[in-house]
Design a protein around this ligand. Structure first.
Ligand code: 5AD
Ligand code: FES
Length: 336
């Protein structure tokens, strides 16, 4: 659907009629991507990060956080167990931890590819040749949020980073052939509704295959600890508008939504979303990957989460996707 910036701003601002927007987005979701909800097993494999984003709990300067990094084997074994549980996509996410060199990630991707899963990487900004090597090793998709398209805001919130560079990384990933996931946070300090509208048009412009939208939740061990944070309602309206403007892409019900309300992910699935990424990280690591406070499921096991979210999805009359769940049916590419 073609919505102008003004239309989007109106929809994002209209609290009174948000239920109409949610119903509309739900109908568009049903028409274009059906009732299947695709599950992705999310492995948070290192909380070590070279960056210092003002909003993020695993920022470099958070010295109160115990840091961890899975070994190659631990990561591969975690993925193996997730594949055995039935996940057809494994998402590997970490801070920007360059200990995971080009070669090491290639080895990991090649090993995990043997489990017959689609592989999504989410490890931040890297060289073109890293992205290319990982794709050739068998990685299928890449997630990296642009966070905001307001460049001044971005540079205030992500000191030492460059918006332009991040943008160029996204274009490179797409050019290489990855299915591209990006997205934003909603409710950042001094982020206007107009700016969120521009974010949505940006995601459409670069042609994302997946768009993750979540509320910003202030973390007590960051410089933004006293900020207001985003609301579930605005984040949901943003996600719903995304569904209207890109009707057939994958849109996750993000974990941050549920951190604000126990029904967060379910309501989001009922207002445009079609993907959930249950955490399959094991043991103490879950707690330590604390991007924001109040993260759900930190004391749960992978199996518990898969069963829990599976039951919730079925309770609202939806089904669990049995395929790889690529955008528009795109299949994983095989390693050469
Ligand atoms: N609140 C909500 N989301 C956050 N992220 C990082 N810190 C926070 C926070 N405090 C999001 C960013 C990042 C993704 C992995 O998590 O959008 O890209
Ligand atoms: Fe983790 Fe429900 S999804 S406990």
């Amino acid at each position: 659907m073609n919505l102008s910036k003004q239309d989007i701003i109106r929809l994002l601002s209209d609290e009174q009629n948000q239920e109409d927007l949610f119903r509309k987005a739900d109908a568009v979701r049903k028409q274009y991507v059906g009732d299947e909800v695709h599950l992705r097993g999310l492995i948070e494999f290192s909380n070590i990060c070279r960056n210092n984003c003002m909003y993020c709990g695993i920022r470099r300067d958070n010295s109160q956080l115990a840091r961890y990094r899975m070994s190659e084997n631990e990561l591969i074994e975690t993925a193996h167990r997730a594949a055995d549980m039935g996940f057809k996509t494994i998402v590997m996410q970490s801070g920007e931890d360059v200990w995971f060199s080009r070669e090491r990630m290639c080895r990991i991707v090649e090993a995990i590819k043997k489990f017959d899963v689609a592989i999504t990487l989410s490890v931040g900004e890297r060289d073109y040749d890293d992205y290319k090597a990982w794709f050739d090793a068998g990685a299928d998709r890449y997630l990296m949020r642009i966070e905001t398209t307001d460049k001044d805001l971005y540079h205030r919130l992500d000191p030492g980073m460059s918006w332009q560079h991040r943008h160029e990384c996204l274009l490179a990933l797409k050019e290489i052939g990855y299915e591209l996931g990006s997205g934003i946070m909603v409710g950042l300090p001094e982020q206007s509704v107009e700016s969120i509208a521009e974010d949505l048009l940006y995601l459409k412009e670069i042609g994302v295959d997946m768009a993750g939208i979540g509320p910003f939740i202030p973390h007590p061990q960051t410089p933004l600890k006293d900020a207001a944070g985003g609301t579930l309602d605005l984040a949901r309206r943003t996600m719903a508008v995304m569904r209207l403007i890109m009707p057939d892409i994958n849109i996750p019900a993000t974990t941050a939504m549920e951190s604000l309300h126990p029904m967060g992910r379910i309501w989001t699935l009922q207002s445009g979303a079609n993907v959930v990424m249950p955490n399959v990280t094991e043991g103490e690591y879950r707690k330590l990957y604390e991007l924001y406070p109040g993260k759900i499921c930190v004391d749960d096991t992978p199996l518990h989460c898969k069963t829990c979210i599976g039951a919730k999805i079925m309770s609202i009359g939806r089904t669990i996707g049995q395929g790889y769940g690529g955008h528009a049916g795109k299949l994983p590419h095989r390693a050469h």
